[in-house]
Ligand binder design. Sequence first.
Ligand code: MN3
Ligand code: MN3
Length: 327
Amino acid sequence: MHHLTYEAVNWNKTTNPLAKVFWDQQWKQMWFPEEIAVSKDMKQWKDFSHKETYKKVFGGLTLLDTIQTNIGMNEIAKYNPDLQEKAVLTVFGAFEAIHAKSYSYIFTTLCNNDEIDEVFKWVKENQQLQYKANKISEIYSSIKENDEVSLYKAMFASVMLESFLFYSGFFYPLYLGGQGILRNSAEVISLILRDESIHGVAVGAFAQNIFHRLKKEEQDALKVWGNEFLLDLYDNELQYTEDIYEGTGLIEEVKAYIRYNANKALMNLGLETMFPEEEINPIVMNGIRNEGSTYDFFSQKGSTYALAKVEPITDETFQFDFLSSKF
Ligand code: MN3
Ligand code: MN3
């Protein structure tokens, strides 16, 4: 019988100080959707005029978080040789499962069974949604053993999903919640967003460590690949936005927000931004900039909940000398 030598994860050694920081922050942010009183949104929901857009937004987000649970974090954790990073990514995966489930909690509260079935059917049939799911999953499923280039690509794809693709969906509940419309559902989204911010920064940082070990030619090739990959997803995202936001009058604002977050994803990876700076709707930005204090902005329950359990995240939380990542 052939024996392999298995190594035990050793947290006594700080081989990777970042892994410990991300581990601590993620657990401090523990939350469950059932702790938010989404049922308080039911009255407003009855008269809400863009239900289709709202349901599609949440359907799309559910699919992305499902992939991130079942394929993304699993595959990246599996092939990442760093045992502490592996543990952190596995914890992130558990949070992805909470995210994916939390949309169902909102659906269950606001919609009837037929409406819910219709959304999940739409998810399988929407071309742009399936396109991005395929593009990202393909990269996740192509990681090879002991191959840093394919692992880097998977991490890059993960940051695209977490820091860029989610935001065409996040826009709507943040935009509405900021105006006191369906604000409990928006609070669930702001809790998800708080996790995704860590994931984007963490996986971006782990990817940067790999990138710096690669040869110049490999780095150059990955930069070209990354730009093409992002632009491909961006084109698809514009079509997706035109489809789901039709009739809301918000399409151009969502597109600007998509470009803003594409730039943020690139910054998380330590790469140059691609799109010029432009103005983002301040209602939506407020939900992003004050991640730690978003909870004053939303419902009372969240405010108490967040204060009791979490130290606010500020720009400084993730400021490391060797990272160029910023919120
Ligand atoms: Mn998630
Ligand atoms: Mn995530």
